[in-house]
Design a binder for this molecule. Structure first.
Ligand code: COA
Length: 429
């Protein structure tokens, strides 16, 4: 049968598609801005038809209505990363959190530690061969679709066709729902003086020809502002947002010195505005692969001069980094932070940077603390931490004694907290 006929046979409404989901199934949603909005809405609207669905995903950019009070009988969310719309549910016990490295998620699905019953995905329109692209979210979404018993796809004409290893054939989809809503967007963050100073300090560590991984948020965007005079930069990153586009246009990012995938930007997902989604559409410079490849430290390390830039909540005087909780309160997840810190540490000439404002809570608390708060998760261990950067400078911790790393961290803490940190230093050493 021609793929066009297969496509037509599988075409149903969103309501009909979700009616195929059985009670007590584990349902994986496509990641971040790839969330299949019409399917998720149909699921929530028909909540009374379901008992005990387990909803699994990482970053959620949608409304997260399935996590709200009163939904527990129908849906229970299992978060592999906690974000704005799921934080309350996880911390009040209506949802669960499963610690895991991002690059390991596909193996959790495929090796049946977390078997997938249903994958709800969103893809581009098929090309002339019948292949749809995973577009903005390849990550764990493609592996989830490859291992699910039932695959329901929203085919959205607004989903860009990204290249790389990012395709699914219509014959591998069980039900197709056509959609035309705009993709979810992440607006560029506002940059203040603190973020700009951190950006400038990070940029001072980046040499011409480096390959970069940039985390999410204001700091990575601020770093990009200070890279305009660099040459031959490359990108191998879990994600990119709008900032990288400007550096491509300026010729700063050309990927020419990359030692893996020379000439290509390699990412596992994208999150930005429509401008970014238009930029990556059919763009031969941008390739997406699943996260077990992009975030695998043994793949990352093949990029010489790999520089990773991520952020955290707290770092203690030993260099233990907490990036995901405030005490016991889970506010985020490990995501790809440790994947990239390990990859950058293994890379020839690599640098792993943790970049943070020196304070949090409107300046009331220092992010550099004698010890992590009780209950705080150690995201990056003291054995793996390399550079810590604040608006006050750079502390290079790798290879330093506990005494010297404590001193280096106190030097980049906010001046108003340095005295109390020094008192702790004197007691300890
Ligand atoms: N004590 C008390 N509160 C703290 C705190 C601390 N030490 N550090 C942060 N907070 C609060 C902030 O004040 C803020 O509160 P608000 O929402 O009420 O303003 C909230 O926690 C979030 O902190 P902030 O630092 O502003 O968040 P961010 O958006 O810059 O993200 C991380 C920082 C660490 C949460 C984020 O980088 C992350 O999730 N990292 C882990 C995953 C990762 O690195 N992935 C990498 C590839 S994308």
């Amino acid at each position: 049968m021609e793929w066009e006929e297969i496509y037509k046979e599988k075409l149903v409404t969103a309501e009909k598609a979700v009616s195929k989901i059985e009670n007590h199934s584990r349902v994986v949603f496509a990641h971040a801005v790839g969330e299949p909005v019409d399917l998720v809405n149909a699921l929530v609207k028909n909540k009374d038809n379901y008992i005990g669905l387990e909803i699994v995903h990482m970053v959620a950019m949608g409304k997260g209505e399935y996590t709200k009070e009163g939904m527990q009988r129908h849906f229970r969310h299992n978060a592999l990363f906690v974000g704005g719309c799921t934080r309350d549910a996880v911390n009040s016990g209506r949802a669960d959190y499963t610690p895991c490295f991002f690059y390991e998620v596909p193996s959790l699905f495929k090796e049946k530690r977390l078997p997938v019953d249903v994958a709800l995905i969103q893809v581009s329109e098929p090309d002339k061969y019948g292949y749809c692209s995973f577009g903005v979210s390849n990550d764990y979404t493609k592996p989830a679709a490859e291992s699910a018993k039932l695959v329901i796809a929203e085919v959205n004409k607004n989903m860009p066709r990204t290249l790389g290893d990012s395709f699914i054939h219509v014959s591998d989809i069980d039900y197709i729902v056509e959609a035309s809503h705009p993709l979810l967007e992440l607006q560029p963050p506002k940059l203040g003086d603190v973020e700009k100073a951190i950006g400038e300090n990070c940029a001072s560590l980046i040499e011409d020809g480096a390959t970069l991984q940039l985390g999410i948020g204001a700091i990575p965007d601020a770093v990009l502002l200070f890279l305009k005079n660099k040459k031959n930069l490359g990108i191998h990153s879990e994600m990119i947002s709008d900032g990288v586009m400007e550096l491509v246009k300026a010729g700063v990012v050309n990927n020419k010195k990359k030692t893996l995938h020379t000439g290509k930007i390699v990412v596992t997902f994208l999150m930005g505005t429509k401008k970014l989604y238009d930029f990556v559409n059919n763009n031969p410079m941008v390739e997406t692969y699943s996260v077990d490849y992009v975030n695998n430290p043994l793949v990352i390390m093949k990029n010489d001069n790999m520089v990773s830039i991520n952020s955290c909540v707290q770092v203690d005087l030993m260099g233990q980094v907490c990036s995901e909780s405030i005490g016991l309160k889970q506010i985020s997840g490990v995501g790809g932070q440790v994947d990239f810190i390990r990859g950058a540490n293994l890379s020839k000439g690599g640098k792993a940077i943790i970049a943070i404002p020196s304070t949090a809570g409107k300046g009331k608390v220092s992010r550099i603390t004698p010890l992590l708060d009780t209950g705080a998760a150690v995201t990056t261990s003291r054995n793996e931490v390399d550079y810590v950067v604040t608006e006050y400078g750079v502390a290079h911790l790798k290879g330093k004694t506990l005494r010297n790393r404590a001193r280096a961290l106190i030097n980049i803490a906010h001046p108003k907290f340095r005295e109390s940190l020094m008192n702790e230093f004197k007691k300890r050493f």
